[in-house]
Design a protein around this ligand. Sequence first.
Ligand SMILES: [Zn+2]
Length: 604
Amino acid sequence: MAEAITGPAWDLSDEYDSVDDPRVQQDLAELDDLLSRVETLNEALTGDDGLAAAQQIAKLGEQCGRLLANVATFAHCLLSVDAQHEGAQKLSGSLQAVRKRYGDLFEPLSQFVDDADDEVIAAYLADPEVAPSAFIVEHGRKRRHENLSLSEESLVNGLSQDGVHAWGTLYDQLAGSLECQVTVGNEQSTMGIAEASGLLGSDSDSQRQAAWSAINTAWEGHEESCAAALNAIAGWRLEMCRQRSREQNVHYLDAPVHMNRISRRTLDTLLEVAGETRPLAQRAARLQGRAYGKAGFGPWDLRAPAPTLGDGDGSAIEFEEAVEIIASAYGEVDPSMAEFVRMMVEKRWIEGTTGPRKAPGAYCTGFSKSRNPRVYMTYTGGQSDVITLAHELGHALHSWVMRDLPDSQRSYGMSLAETASTFGETLVRDALLDRATSRQQRLDILWEEMSAFTAFLLNIPTRYEFERKFYDARVERPLRPQELKDMMSEAWTAWYGDALSEPDPLFWASKLHFYISGLSFYNFPYLFGYLFSLGVYAHREEFGNDFYQRYVALLRDTGRMTAEDLAQGHLGVALDEPVFWQNTIASIGERVDAFEALLDEIES
Ligand SMILES: [Zn+2]
């Protein structure tokens, strides 16, 4: 048997050698010192020297944020590789109190910036070290008409811990402790929801269906609790909107849209185009069913892997080979993108080993002091690992091209966060498709594309439509579990049509996203990010040799512009009009055709 394929271990020693490295305590001591200075300055914030104090606090804020994040990232990296790392556990635990103190100490500054008059803000931003934060300051102030008085805000904040957030916690605890009975093989097995959810990715039809039914049976036993939580979370938010409507009417979509730095018009346009795309997306879903020899897909099939053809899945890809595939695909856009990929490997900034204590999943993170990125994953040589690596390297490139910018311009909303990652993934997927030798390899790639397409264009809009209808109805009264089921089934049917064999009526109970107490509408940013990135990708030909330069310029502005300004300025397109989105979808249509042609070939 061939030796198991794995990736390299990462090197974190540029930052800290270990949790006992004196540099860790040095950074924490410096942070403590700076926080004490903020504490003193906060007292001056309301006095005659308020403006000067605010500017000082803002500057200290950047330094504090950097120190805190640097140590926290280190602890997180260690815990990802070894969840039971004693030292990292302790370090991470000790940061909790620091984080709380940090949050409390900078609250007065955000109040100051929100409440100040325009002239004061102009003076505040006149300081060259504070000036780079102009975009986030001004963007934040767009919602200042919603502000309650200082004492009301602090009352709401205090009560929300055992109010809205308690419902989210209840749900998390329920999800974490709930058990279900799944038939695995010939045996009944008792397992937690997370484990059962893992079976939804099984290649066996009956296994997926059994897991899905078991999960739903478990949630059904708690439908009253879930409905109470959902009604309370939405009720809290609607009441907050009502309270915040003193100057002008506040809608429940105002906060999510603002957070994603897009306009309501853009959101409406996006969903309108998704609506137009329904026939194409449903066709893709029906084709996926056909690949499994079924007339339609079931709600338990949404995470099904590509069916196995038995013509050999092709040999696994060594890590070094994967790096070369990615570097050459990236390099087709610009040679510096290939150099970046090789640099990530040479500097040992990628963690790709396998290990029993490693956390599942993949992510990209970065150290805030050096601004050097790191990519985390478990590499075992599958095509999907290569795509995951390409995705995370896209994130790393995004932060790399922004590394010289001020901290206040380096964070972006969720709507733009996947721009470079999806872009990188698409590049490499195309490269893999070109080099695929077996039908299985081609099927695997196109299958993943179809799964992404239907997830973003059918499943996400289903969630969005349900949430909208639920909020509209919740204004009148709390909804009963049966009403929620009916509403959810209607949303599924509206989007999937006959491409799905049946709806998933309990999806409002089983989907964690509806219970995140700090965020609502955690759905449309996924759709936005996916289509926006493919839209950028589609501009490659049009811009020709200028593309790379424009791409980098676009990425660099993701932390200091609204999505509309970014798209207008760098791509010359209007996001609040359908054309850009329609053109993007046309490029996906070709992939659906390719998928169908492959199925024809396989069946012939
Ligand atoms: Zn990502």
